[in-house]
Design a protein around this ligand. Sequence first.
Ligand code: TMP
Length: 201
Amino acid sequence: MAPFIVFEGIDGSGKSTQIELLSQSLIANGHDPLVTQEPDGTPLGEAAGRWLRGYPNLSPVTELLLFEAARAEHVEKVIQPAIEAGRIVLSDRFAPSTMAYQSYGRGLDASIVEDLNRLAADGLKPTLTVFLDAPIEAARSRIEPDSLDVLESQRQEFHQRVRQGYLEMAANNPETWLTIDGTLPVDTIAEQIWARLQPLL
Ligand code: TMP
């Protein structure tokens, strides 16, 4: 099975830029990567994303279940078939997002989130999780005010808790997580990701 690479970080941490750069490097080296994202990686995920962005007062449990439903579809219909076909998969967000946002951020029980993550992922675990860490203020300055969605416009403390969640997950999983200072120059970050990826290719 081909590697499954997940990108994580708070909103505005620079994930999309790095995914694009990595995808280009992989293509230049003869690979055929599949770039995807959560929650929008399938038609059901896009519909869930519209609900999540359009309704400001969804309960945390509703949010959790929508993200997990989107993930179950994403894993079964998009990610698994691609890695089984030998394609490297780059996903903008995966299960750690739900732990960070719905458990650390919204306060839902971590063991329930963990169980639902496992169920939705059908046992699939990322080969590598690239965590782009950036202080809240740095990340927010990259987000256009007009594009702030419901979750992105939550209070600063919420994002602090989310960041803390990521830092703890990264510290607990040093072998499968790569933490990078998201305030470094874009090219430096891309080089660090590329170097870490080499043994996996
Ligand atoms: P995006 O801005 O990277 O497209 O992500 C959409 C928002 O959804 C972002 O604020 C993070 C949030 N999110 C969760 O709260 N839980 C999840 O499980 C996922 C995948 C995303």
